[in-house]
Write a protein that binds this ligand. Structure first.
Ligand code: ZN
Length: 403
């Protein structure tokens, strides 16, 4: 199990020097500042809390994963916020956009798109919705099962420790894992609900699923407009909850767990900066991402990032490895590893049982489709999907990385 702790060793004083420079009068009125403040206001996201008197308190005895576990056992974390990306879903077999072999974009050639991203552009969709619905059929949630990482968050909820779960994923696996609607912020939308893009009438997931699986383009009976799953396309706003809830959640948060995301997609990535100075931030990911950027963007546009290797780091810890491994490791250390494994087992059995018939129906339907479509490269795709399921070949990048 790959696990690495962050130690805070003596390093040159670059961090604090840069910080001073940023706040010098020369920079305070810069255009970048104004733009940053504009976005900050727009998003109702005020960087950091104002309770300055509280800042500087050392929560962790050791700035290591063990330090986080010790603090957890001492009951210091009561308002946990989780922020996740595609890395928590890859072991469920959900393909990663950016991976050259299994990534979605590499499989889009058959749709004859002008460029791959067009499949998620609202203007292109209005003109030519078929490619999106064909892809949606391939990827439709329901054929996938939540991962140990999802159930880890579910256990946090059951223990009353979960303040909110912010997900970049559109796969609905959080909902399947039983995370409450009220605890969820699906930052890039979800397949769970659907709306007519013209009259905004809402349609249920089952209705959409039927439409997609009978290969019709879902059309609103009220106004004849296209009906689209509520995943956020290029050219659309993020869900309202994403603009409203961080404002209060991140102030209260005492442990921020960031999992399976490259922290490159804005504005999601910048949320890490909206916690208080005392909030411990734990990254569970294959790579140490989200580190403080250098140059003019730092602290201006997207906050200051995570401070793993910087002098003065009191609260940022990285576990470098797969999300599922990290969650199981944490759960074991905290005494609920067996409960987590049991939950994964019984829930997967339940899902298999409940979806058994539906899945075999879908399989038949997919096979028909496959024989109809001369451009289909299904066998290769099925193989890579299979491979993903077996190897849990999780990447840290985001399903919606370019959306
Ligand atoms: Zn309509």
């Amino acid at each position: 199990m790959a696990s690495k702790d962050d130690k805070n060793d003596e390093k040159p004083k670059t961090g604090s020097d840069e910080k001073q420079e940023e706040h010098s009068p020369d920079h305070s009125d810069s255009l970048m500042d104004k733009i940053a403040h504009f976005f900050s206001d727009k998003l109702h996201l005020t960087s950091q809390t104002s309770d300055e008197e509280d800042s500087g308190r050392q929560v962790l005895n050791h700035v290591t994963i063990q330090g986080v576990i010790d603090a957890w056992k001492r009951g210091l974390f009561k308002n946990i916020v989780t922020m996740v990306g595609a890395g928590i879903s890859t072991s469920a077999g959900i393909p990663d956009f950016r991976s050259p072999t299994s990534g979605l974009y590499s499989n889009l050639q058959k749709y004859n798109l002008p460029y791959p991203e067009a499949i998620f552009e609202i203007d292109y969709f209005r003109e030519n919705p078929q490619p999106f619905f064909k892809l949606a059929k391939e990827l439709y949630p329901g054929t996938f099962k939540p991962t140990p990482s999802h159930y880890f968050v579910k256990i946090l909820q059951d223990k009353g420790l979960l303040l909110r779960h912010y997900s970049q994923n559109i796969d609905t696996l959080e909902r399947i894992a039983g995370i409450d609607d009220e605890k969820l912020v699906e930052a890039h939308g979800t397949f769970y609900t659907n709306h007519c893009i013209d009259c905004q009438k809402e349609y249920a997931m089952e209705w959409m699923k039927d439409e997609i699986f009978k290969d019709s383009v879902p059309t609103c009976p009220e106004c004849n407009g296209l009906v689209k799953p509520d995943i956020v396309f290029f050219g659309e706003n993020l869900p309202e909850r994403f603009y409203v809830l961080p404002h209060r959640d991140f102030k209260q948060c005492d442990l921020l767990i960031i999992m399976g995301t490259s922290l490159t997609v804005q504005p999601f990535a910048s949320l890490v900066d909206f916690v208080s100075d005392n909030c411990v931030r734990l990254l569970i990911n294959r790579d140490k991402v989200g580190k403080t950027t250098s140059g003019f963007l730092r602290g201006v546009f997207f906050g200051e990032g995570l401070c793993f290797d910087l002098p003065g780091n009191r609260r940022d810890v990285a576990y470098e490895g797969d999300c599922d491994d990290g969650c199981l490791f944490l759960a074991d250390q905290l005494g609920f590893g067996d409960a987590l494994r049991e939950m994964v087992k019984t829930e997967h059995e339940r899902i298999d049982k409940e979806s058994g018939k539906t899945n075999s129906d879908q399989k038949e339907s997919k096979e028909e489709e496959s024989s109809k479509d001369s451009l289909d490269d299904r066998p290769e795709e099925e193989q890579s999907k299979e491979k993903l399921l077996k190897e849990s070949d999780g990447k840290d990048s985001d399903v919606k990385s370019s959306i």
